[in-house]
Design a protein around this ligand. Structure first.
Ligand code: ZN
Ligand code: ZN
Length: 187
């Protein structure tokens, strides 16, 4: 059976948010071959397939109740909406947080947005991977400038970026203008 495709996370296997392994999904109870291994902000499933993320079934099934008598339930999400620009429609934020595989970072990760839409997450990146994306490096330099980093410190930081270690950059691509974007975290 074909795996679902995600507009904002085109290749969860390549990004490391999913692995190829036989498992029974804890939400749909079906035998699946691809297993999600990114974060779930909600109840933790034994195992989760990408179909259930795509359909929204996982977000509903893993929701947490608010407690008390009210039946207010909080749907599970796979990433948090942080610093979303005003020109991004709510439906986009909903699709990214509720129906798109997230990714694990060293800190809480923010999705990136560009041209009024969510950007596609490509995966974690070290300096080597970023070198092919000068716009993404420029974006990190600009971020650091805003935070008041000295440029020598920034260059040292950039060269220390590691795809699997700390610190890591997270590479995105705008779905409209194709610009490469990167976020980063500090251990
Ligand atoms: Zn499933
Ligand atoms: Zn753009």
């Amino acid at each position: 059976m074909a795996e679902p495709t995600f507009r904002y996370h085109p290749d969860p296997l390549a990004s490391g948010s999913a692995v190829r392994t036989d498992h029974v999904c804890g939400v749909c109870r079906k035998d699946r071959q691809i297993r999600y291994r990114g974060p779930v902000y909600g109840r933790q499933p034994d195992s989760l397939c990408l179909h259930c993320i795509h359909s929204g079934a996982a977000s509903r099934a893993l929701s947490t109740s608010g407690g008390g008598d009210g039946d207010s339930e909080t749907a599970a999400v796979f990433s948090d909406a942080v610093d979303v620009p005003d020109d991004v429609p709510l439906s986009v934020v909903e699709e990214i947080t509720h129906r798109t595989p997230g990714f694990a970072g060293w800190q809480q990760e923010a999705w990136l947005y560009h041209c009024g839409d969510g950007a596609a997450f490509l995966g974690p990146a070290g300096y080597r991977e970023l070198e092919a994306h000068p716009e993404a490096i420029a974006m990190l330099r600009e971020d650091h400038r805003r935070y008041g980093w000295a440029s020598a410190d920034t260059e040292q930081f950039l060269r220390g970026l590691d795809r699997t270690g700390e610190p890591t950059a997270y590479l995105f691509r705008c779905l409209h203008c194709n610009t490469s974007l990167a976020s980063w975290d500090v251990g």
